[in-house]
Design a protein around this ligand. Structure first.
Ligand SMILES: C[S@@+](CC[C@H](N)C(=O)[O-])C[C@H]1O[C@@H](n2cnc3c(N)ncnc32)[C@H](O)[C@@H]1O
Length: 312
């Protein structure tokens, strides 16, 4: 049996940013293999709710429950529904902080059967929750223009139209059902004299994964729920891995940290500024150290952003 190790990215920075305090409640919205959760729980007396949408990670939470008893609970669910998930548990707000590490877990990438990886042979699945429409369905049944839109919107793939056209051509002859079927097809379309720095199908795989898992909508809802849940002094710490995610986080954080203009024209202009409810903590974002990137190249695109609620 292969032992899967996941090296948590920017863990030191994330834990510091969360400002963990005894008796306060925290949420790890992306439990994965529990690297962040374990570190959070090392602070004696704090409480943690861990969430993940992937049923395969549930087994890793059992040992946490044994060690940390009532201080820890695991919930299988999507962070885009955080507010409702917590409401079901009679939790209306979070006074400590919320963290999400938005990368892929090695458990998912290394398991060929999950279909996330270009490198590992397997069915074209890509569903983190193991439910809903798979990447295979999208590739074999979506219309050409829908496919090219997905590749452009979620992968910023400049050959989106050509790839979509080739997919539709090839699938008439034979179903595209494995990771290698798709990777080779895209490689054929993008064949280039210059060697590629990354595999030519990387953007196609990213786009399909984002679409299949509704990742950007999930993230939008999650940020909005988190902002509503946090009480003064509590923090939201997000680690992103690509520009589409990071743009979304940056713009949401800018919005809540900005002094708002009121529309009340009867007030003198000096009174029209509403103080922001959140403040950025430290720099506007943090990168992993060069030492971390050298040890774990998957960290190279990570960016950490953190805000704190300062008033109700
Ligand atoms: C990079 S891993 C987290 C690794 C974790 N920080 C650790 O140290 O082991 C990301 C995890 O987030 C989960 N995930 C992704 N999108 C999610 C969502 N919308 N709701 C809940 N979990 C999600 C994935 O299933 C995956 O297990």
């Amino acid at each position: 049996m292969n032992i899967i190790i996941h090296e948590p990215v920017m863990i030191k920075e994330a834990i510091k940013a969360l400002n963990i305090r005894k008796n306060f409640i925290y949420v790890d919205a992306t439990f994965g293999l529990g690297g962040y959760s374990r570190k959070i729980l090392e602070t004696k007396g704090c409480n943690l709710i861990a969430l993940d949408r992937d049923p395969d990670v549930k087994k890793f939470s059992t040992s946490f429950k044994k060690s940390y008893k009532n201080r820890f609970q695991f919930i299988l669910g999507t962070f885009g529904s955080l507010k409702n998930i917590l409401k079901d548990k009679k939790i209306e707000n979070i006074n400590g902080g919320i963290v999400a590490d938005l990368g892929m877990s090695n458990l998912q990438i290394e398991d060929g059967k999950r279909g996330f990886s270009i490198k590992n042979f397997g069915p074209l699945d890509m569903r983190m929750s193991k439910t809903g429409v798979s990447a295979e369905h999208v590739v074999n049944f979506f219309k050409e223009n829908e496919l090219s839109d997905i590749l452009w919107k979620y992968g910023e793939e400049y050959k989106s139209r050509k790839i979509a056209k080739r997919i539709v051509y090839e699938r008439k002859k034979k179903k595209i059902s494995t990771t290698h079927d798709l990777a080779n097809l895209v490689k054929g379309v993008k064949s280039n004299k210059k060697p590629y720095r990354i595999h030519p199908a990387t953007k196609t795989f990213q786009a399909l994964r984002i679409f299949v898992n509704n990742e950007l909508e999930e993230l939008k809802n999650f940020i909005s729920d988190s902002i509503n849940l946090l009480t003064p002094g509590a923090r939201l710490v997000l680690i992103t891995f690509h520009s589409l995610e990071d743009r979304l986080v940056k713009s949401a954080f800018n919005k809540v940290c900005k002094k708002n203009q009121t529309t009340n024209r009867h007030l003198p202009s000096s009174d029209q500024k509403i103080e922001p409810k959140f403040e950025r903590v430290g720099k506007s974002f943090y990168f992993p150290s060069s030492i971390e990137v050298a040890k774990n190249p998957k960290a190279r695109s990570a960016k950490l952003r953190v805000i704190e609620r300062v008033s109700l």
